[in-house]
Design a protein around this ligand. Structure first.
Ligand code: AVI
Length: 320
């Protein structure tokens, strides 16, 4: 535990490292080759994601921000005054600023695996919100960790915006929400964003923006593997593919091989014949009813849902 300023404390829980090379070798050698979406997010990938959120086609970010701006007061009325807001995977801690402004909680607890990103964002936040105590926790929120004693007081409002929940597979999704239920603790709550099912053409456009940022973001996963794990993908030999799969109620992103390739991945060479698709991401889309039922299954009591006028995106409040 390190005091970094009058209102900023840093807790390093040393997230365990995993053997990424072995993971990539395995997932690329399966009958349907895949890569985990976490490989999108190196520095270049995070900037590309920012660029995506500003394209006219990618509606989720701006719609969710507008919902937070419009309904922060209503949500507060439903919830009462929160003491602590906890945000797993807080990244740049941008959206929570709206809640800190509107709710003025005593305490904010971002949890983030990237130490650099966490420290940068929480330093700025501590300056901008001197009345909020910030406990910055470096941890992998997808794996179990023990909360430091001084932070163990339950009754937190867990904030999980962005429809990141849509990037989990159904099996992991429920377990993850149960984990958030534990993080909130008795007397706590969850405020979570979930993207909604809609006209597939609108969804397809959001993941095929005309400026090409989503394509660059998808292809960057391979550049990231080349840079960080010494893989030898020829990026020009792949193309971005994204489409709505109505049966599975999800956008799928793939990287399609344009010609036969032999790619060195660590001590292995992986054969990818022309036409092979590496499945890089699923982004599930929900209905309001389906998502509320999911929250109930995870142990929460749904307590409110706010949707924009065009039915694009939903914000759910659920109590522990
Ligand atoms: C982070 N996540 C919610 C985004 C999504 O829409 O599923 C990631 C993304 N992939 C392509 N565009 C944006």
């Amino acid at each position: 535990q390190q005091q970094l300023g009058p209102n900023l404390t840093f807790y390093d829980l040393y997230p365990p490292t995993t053997d990424l090379l072995a993971e990539v070798q395995q997932s690329l050698s399966r009958e349907t080759p895949s890569l985990h979406p976490k490989f999108f997010y190196d520095e270049a990938g995070s900037s590309l994601f920012d660029a995506i959120t500003r394209t006219p086609e990618y509606y989720p970010t701006r719609t969710e921000v507008a919902l937070l701006q419009r309904y922060a007061g209503d949500i507060h009325d439903r919830l009462g005054q929160p003491h602590t807001i906890a945000e797993p995977g807080a990244g740049g801690c941008e959206k929570v600023r709206l809640l800190l402004d509107a709710w003025a909680p005593e305490h904010y607890m971002p949890l983030e695996i990237s130490r650099e990103c966490l420290l940068g964002a929480s330093r700025k936040l501590a300056q901008d919100f001197p009345a909020v105590q910030i406990s910055a926790v470096c941890a992998d929120y997808c794996q179990a960790f023990t909360m430091p004693q001084s932070l163990s007081q339950p009754g937190r409002v867990v904030f999980f915006p962005g429809s990141t929940i849509g990037n989990f597979e159904p099996r992991e999704r429920l377990a993850f929400l149960q984990g958030l239920h534990g993080l909130a603790g008795p007397g706590g709550a969850l405020l979570i964003g979930a993207d909604l099912q809609k006209d597939p053409a609108r969804l397809d456009a959001a993941y095929n923006d005309s400026a090409g940022h989503t394509a660059a973001f998808n292809l960057n996963a391979l550049t990231h593997l080349n840079d960080s794990l010494g893989c030898q993908f020829d990026i020009s030999g792949f193309r971005h593919l994204a489409f709505y799969n109505a049966d599975h109620e999800r956008i799928e992103m793939h990287l399609e091989c344009l010609q036969d390739q032999q790619v060195a991945v660590g001590d292995r060479v992986i054969s990818l014949p022309a036409g092979t698709r590496i499945h890089t991401e699923n982004s599930y889309k929900f209905t309001v009813e389906g998502f509320s039922a999911l929250l109930t299954r995870a142990g929460f009591q749904p307590a409110g849902c706010w949707v924009d006028d065009d039915n694009l995106f939903s914000l759910h409040l659920a109590l522990v």
